[in-house]
Design a binder for this molecule. Structure first.
Ligand code: AMP
Length: 195
């Protein structure tokens, strides 16, 4: 199963991707997680990405495309993958197509978690508050102002990715504002259809 989860920050892509990892035994490829690891490691990519991420902007296409290109060559990806947070621009979507074609892989489906922008802001405030209550460090980019910048980047650069997959006939949509279990059931039903 090769799938992409689409939707703005805070839509629940990470939560659902995590669950699908357990269910299908395929890895979650999250460019956000990979970039945060690069920042924590202080690697050259991490040093380049840090300020951009802290501001809620998008890291350059060539950096994330390079990360995904390498990751798709790892053996655990042969059984499939869940892309979470990539592609985030039309150029990334086109680059992904070229990469998959070169590697002899075919995408099964792109699932969009449909959302409401206002509700997302309160959801992300909760995520930060929950992390704080649990003694976990909140993500720096879950700060309300930075989150609004991330949301703006989504509507500016990433919203165009959804019609791209619709035109290819692989887009499916589920209601991302429903509860976690309901969203999970809708995704499972969608995957059962396309498998
Ligand atoms: P995420 O955890 O997916 O919300 O990503 C956190 C941050 O990492 C984003 O706000 C961007 O700064 C950066 N990032 C993650 N994935 C991408 C991507 N595909 N393209 C550009 N920047 C990205």
């Amino acid at each position: 199963m090769r799938l992409i989860l689409l939707g703005p920050p805070g839509a629940g892509k990470g939560t659902q991707a995590n669950r699908l990892v357990g269910k299908y035994g395929i890895p979650q490829l999250s460019t956000g997680d990979m970039l945060r690891a690069a920042v924590a490691a202080g690697s050259p990519i991490g040093r380049k990405a840090k300020a951009v991420m802290d501001a809620g902007d998008l890291v350059s296409d060539d950096i994330v495309e390079g990360i995904i290109d390498e990751r798709l060559d790892q053996p655990d990806v042969r059984k499939g993958f869940i892309l979470d947070g990539f592609p985030r621009t039309l150029a990334q979507a086109e680059a992904l197509d070229a990469m998959l074609a070169r590697k002899g892989m075919k995408l099964d489906v792109a699932i969009e978690l449909k959302t409401d922008a206002d509700q997302l802001v309160s959801r992300i405030l909760n995520r930060a508050a929950e992390a704080k209550a649990a003694g976990r460090p909140a993500r720096r980019d879950d700060d309300p102002e930075v989150f609004k910048a991330r949301l703006a980047a989504y509507y500016r650069d990433t919203a165009a990715v959804t019609p791209y997959y619709a035109a290819k006939g692989v887009l499916r949509q589920v209601d991302g504002m429903a509860g976690i279990a309901e969203v999970a059931a809708a995704i499972d039903a969608t995957l059962a259809e396309v498998k």
